[in-house]
Ligand binder design. Sequence first.
Ligand code: G4P
Length: 533
Amino acid sequence: MSNHPPVSTIEKEVGRRRSFAIISHPDAGKTTLTEKLLLYAGAIQIAGSVKARKASRHATSDWMEIEKQRGISVASSVMQMEYRDCIINLLDTPGHQDFSEDTYRVLTAVDSALMVIDAANGVEAQTRRLIEVCRARNTPLITFINKMDREVKRPLDLMDEIEEALGMSVVPITWPVGMGKSFSGVIDIASSQMRMFKAGEDRIGHQADQLVSVSDADLKNKLGESLETALTEVELVQGAMPSFDLEAFLNGQQSPVFFGSAINNFGVQEILNTLVELAPAPKSRSTIQREVLPSEKNFSAVVFKIQANMDPAHRDRVAFLRICSGYFERGMRLKISRNGKEVRTNNALSFLSQRRDILDEAFPGDIIGIPNHGLLQLGDTLTEGEKLQFTGLPFFAPEIFKMVETADPLRTKQLRDGLMQLGEEGAIQVFKPMLGGQMLLGAFGQLQFEVVAHRLKSEYNAEVRLLPARYSLSRWVSSKDPAMLKKFINDNSHRMSEDVVGAPVFLAAHRSELEVAQQLWKDIEFHALREHA
Ligand code: G4P
């Protein structure tokens, strides 16, 4: 058994934890900003691995490269930094949209999110989907409008666009003066001070920013019209928008907005300060059984991501757990609530550095990695013995389907085993049709199929053919009336399948088929999202 520290220690550690993820459309500047955040917080070593990860992203059309880079992505999946007495955990989200399902699940493990927007492009497609996930969970959202050193959209237009996309009020904390070549800094609205911008200046290590009052005569002379325009805009937004309300931000109803340029380290420190001063520490979380407070003495955590490790010969995987309560100490014995099995944690990983240091202790809000061989599944809850099941890990109905067939019938068992494991890992969704022997795969992007076919061959020695499937959408089905659900499944057996956890799934070739079924079966509920329970 572990030596539990007093509850007061746990409370103190919880209070200084900030766990967040960055959401953005590719190329908005997530990698650059991540690097600068790490540099500011002194975690310079890891910044190199962020670059390496970026290199892997550029090669996503080539799955062999993904395979090679998987080790790097494990190492940079979670980055921990210390800033102003806070421990900040930054969880990476996959850059490629084909892996967006992974991103949704990562968002369940954070307490706030930072949305990075390219000021020239505004709110782009992929960001919109991620916003929906944050909205559904009321995740507090900080907005960073990047690339002000370029010719970009008008700040007032951007505010409107973001407000519309977020469906919540946005409150600028800073306001830009000029843009592109004439970008000269941001006004801190609350203090009416302007923070001066100089392209390419390395601001790291500078204790004080260059702050000048907006009423300073020299400043007015120097900037002339651009400062006047900015001040008029500030007046306008102050008149039109509510002032910053911490409660509304914490409830996911208002987003503070910052302008800057990640590549020039401008506006980056404000983000760190905001995380420390305004972003929430870990809160209580729901389980089926009860609400779990982070400061509880006993440990609990939930698996939100599973990643295959580098060595395909051993089929080892790393399960990523978000600690929800208590105290973690290496060597501690934990139990999986799903089946009561014991998990040893001698090899648990922390993510303090590129070297994936072996972890000694961790607190709520922190992420730990537990290497295993399939023992841990997505959504699993681990505790010191109490049976708890955290809720809220989402699975979305896939959008592309393929039938999978083995090229060598003698290896059917390997194929089934491999598919079940990859399905449990969340690499792809696997469905077993009720009629017919072929398994069905569901994904969000073509790349997911390529990765799975490649991994089946290299890790399970099962060569597969992927064939077009006639389905274009799926829905999990449930009913308050078990007899009715049974009848629905029997009557529609040619369209029914089971997912990896045995939940019934209705498959349709066209939307109209779904609509007809919905018309005919009023007592059946059709779900585009399944929450792991
Ligand atoms: P991502 O992770 O969101 O995909 O974006 P990333 O940080 O890689 O940034 C995408 C491109 O935008 C990069 O240029 C990066 O240098 C540039 N960028 C990021 N922040 C700023 C900024 O504040 N101002 C300007 N002008 N550019 C910015 P690239 O040419 O695609 O890559 P690279 O060769 O510079 O690495």
